[in-house]
Design a protein around this ligand. Structure first.
Ligand SMILES: Cc1cc2nc3c(=O)[nH]c(=O)nc-3n(C[C@H](O)[C@H](O)[C@H](O)COP(=O)(O)OP(=O)(O)OC[C@H]3O[C@@H](n4cnc5c(N)ncnc54)[C@H](O)[C@@H]3O)c2cc1C
Length: 550
């Protein structure tokens, strides 16, 4: 494979480019319409949303990448099909398809894709695996999807890059100070503001609001207007697990997130303690796979949208009403609050000034690319801090990563991670240490420690003190002293459970029909596996509540 072509020969990539058998085609035929294209005719254009599934019977579809001067990506021959994960997400495709030779295709309408995935499991599995692998291969080529030009250490550019990354919208970022960035900006008439985002079909946005970007990138889906069985607030591991289980069991479900799928886990470079992945998986992989899985079963997702308020239902036959910041009122029979936690801001002089320009509250490829081989600091004593330190140390073995822990390394971090940190030569652990101030002229240059001394570094990644993200919940949803939501037996023992004819379900809050799961729940263990377990258990409660109409 070279950097401009995805694959020169699809037979070398049988997982990404499987050839369907005659039997597969026979199964597909009743769902499809045959169609014919002449050589050079467009089958689909980059930018088209809700793409149908095209399977080649004879002839071929050549895939071209408009983000890279319409270079050849791959050619699908007889028995092969076009499309990647956008077949499921229903977002605009990032490549174009052109018929080569007289071409006969089977066209399965997009609306029937879920039928293919669920009723023809063998075919569905082959297609799902191929879709994910194709996106991986295409991303590896480097120049795909949207072009984003803006300064690296700029809050707005960072927000756009984080948003696109979180929502797995393929993009290529050009630093506006780089030669390529300058060239692009000049070609676009040297806009005065940044970031500038250019779409495959030529549209451009300048420093947009996230929702406008989401609309233009095809990420935004209008929130359902019809009443639903279950509304899930938060698309972290707890919310996504609940969505997969609920939708797979026929519960009408929507997931809402103020940014996009993944939650905190989405900023983890490698989760090693989640069952089934012995060599670990990245948080963004976990999020992408979970979203595809919930979409396959028919759950809906809306982002970016924040829930501002919940009006609990007045009677058992009523609906809870969610007030969304897009103006929609969403009605749901049951609600799962899986809104996780927020990280506390760095309480140090200069911390705010350098936010996104040296001080970061996430540590993924989006942030790390800004700091090449430079020394950095990570603040915190929990798993997130440990993960971030390991990630930055492994990205570049010659840099020093200073891990600053307020007390002792160990009590709040998984043992495997402590051992790994201690064994990594380029991590320097400073226990009993905190940052007093962050200094620099135009960029972050050093941190002054409260104890003594100064560390010359280019970035600080902060993972300290979590706060449950529930300030918007009604007071009737009772919390513990630290603000975490009480559920089940704790909700009952709070004395604020209002019903006398039944006790709360294990994950039910003090408001009947409103559940809480994951990090936001009092007493939960703040780990991915536990959040997933909570999300799954919540679905059992949802079934029970729907059955008794609560
Ligand atoms: C960098 C990092 C690395 C980590 N590594 C590991 C690890 O290796 N192993 C491990 O087990 N755990 C790890 N953790 C912890 C783990 O990620 C969390 O325990 C887990 O993500 C909690 O899941 P959750 O679904 O409860 O909440 P979250 O993941 O916090 O997700 C909550 C979601 O709710 C959304 N939200 C909040 N408020 C609203 C609102 N009002 N409206 C709409 N949406 C809202 C947020 O945008 C967010 O997406 C790590 C955490 C971090 C930060």
């Amino acid at each position: 494979m070279d950097s401009t072509n995805l694959v020169t020969d699809t037979s070398s990539e049988p997982i990404a480019f499987p050839r369907l058998t005659a039997e597969d085609l026979a199964l597909l035929k009743p769902l499809a319409t045959p169609c014919t294209y002449e050589d050079g005719q467009t089958v689909f254009n980059a930018g088209s949303a809700d793409l149908d599934l095209f399977v080649v019977e004879s002839g071929a579809i050549e895939i071209l990448n408009p983000s890279n001067e319409n270079r050849h990506v791959v050619t699908h021959g007889p028995g092969q099909f076009a499309g990647d994960i956008d077949l499921l997400t229903r977002r605009p495709v990032i490549v174009s398809g052109i018929a080569r030779g007289h071409t006969r295709l089977l066209r399965v309408p997009g609306g029937r894709l879920r039928e293919v995935l669920n009723k023809l499991p063998h075919l569905g599995e082959t297609m799902l695996i191929a879709a994910q692998e194709r996106r991986r291969l295409l991303t590896q080529t480097g120049v795909v999807g949207l072009k984003v030009v803006g300064p690296g250490k700029c809050r707005d550019t960072m927000l756009v890059r984080e948003f696109l990354f979180k929502n797995f919208v393929p993009f290529t970022w050009y630093d506006s100070a780089s030669k390529d960035g300058q060239k692009l900006l000049t070609g676009w008439g040297s806009p005065q503001k940044s970031p500038v985002i250019k779409f495959g079909d030529g549209r451009r946005l300048i420093n947009p609001e996230l929702r406008a970007l989401a609309r233009e990138a095809g990420v935004w889906r209008d929130c359902p207007t019809e009443p639903l069985d279950l509304a899930i607030i938060g698309a972290g591991p707890a919310g996504l697990a609940a969505a997969v289980y609920a939708a797979s069991e026929g519960v009408s479900t929507v997931v809402l997130d103020r940014l996009g799928p993944g939650g905190q886990a989405g900023s983890s470079s490698k989760i090693e303690n989640f069952i089934g992945f012995p060599s670990g998986l990245s948080g963004s992989d976990l999020a992408t796979r979970s979203v595809l899985q919930m979409l396959k079963f028919g759950a809906k997702m809306a982002a970016p949208v924040a829930v501002e308020r919940i009006e609990p239902k007045a009677t058992a036959d009523d609906f809870h009403v969610l007030h969304l910041d897009c103006g929609t009122l969403l009605r749901a029979r049951t609600v799962l609050v899986a809104a996780g936690i927020n990280w506390r801001k760095l309480d140090a002089e200069g911390g705010e000034r350098f936010e996104s320009a040296g001080v970061h509250y996430a540590c993924t490829a989006v942030e790390s690319v800004l700091y090449d081989s430079q020394d950095v600091a990570v603040v915190g004593g929990g798993n997130p801090a440990g993960q971030a330190a390991m990630f930055m140390a492994e990205c570049c073995r010659t840099r020093t990563v200073y891990l600053l822990v307020r007390s002792r390394l160990g009590p709040s971090m998984s043992e495997y991670l402590v051992g790994r940190i201690r064994a990594t030569p380029n991590i320097s652990v400073h226990e009993g240490e905190e940052i007093a101030s962050v200094t620099g002229e135009r960029r972050l240059e050093s941190v002054v420690l409260r104890g003594s001394g100064t560390l010359p570094i280019s970035a600080v990644f902060v993972f300290i003190g979590a706060e449950p993200a529930c300030s918007w919940l009604p007071d009737t949803v009772v919390r513990d002293k630290l603000g975490y939501v009480l559920t089940g037996i704790d909700a009952l023992q709070s004395g604020r459970w209002p019903l006398s004819d039944r006790e709360p379900c294990p994950l039910e809050t003090t408001v009947p029909g409103i559940l809480a799961a994951g990090d936001i729940r009092a007493g939960s263990t703040k780990r991915v596996g536990f959040a997933v377990g909570d999300g799954s258990l919540a679905v059992t409660c949802v079934h029970k509540l729907i059955a008794i109409r609560q």
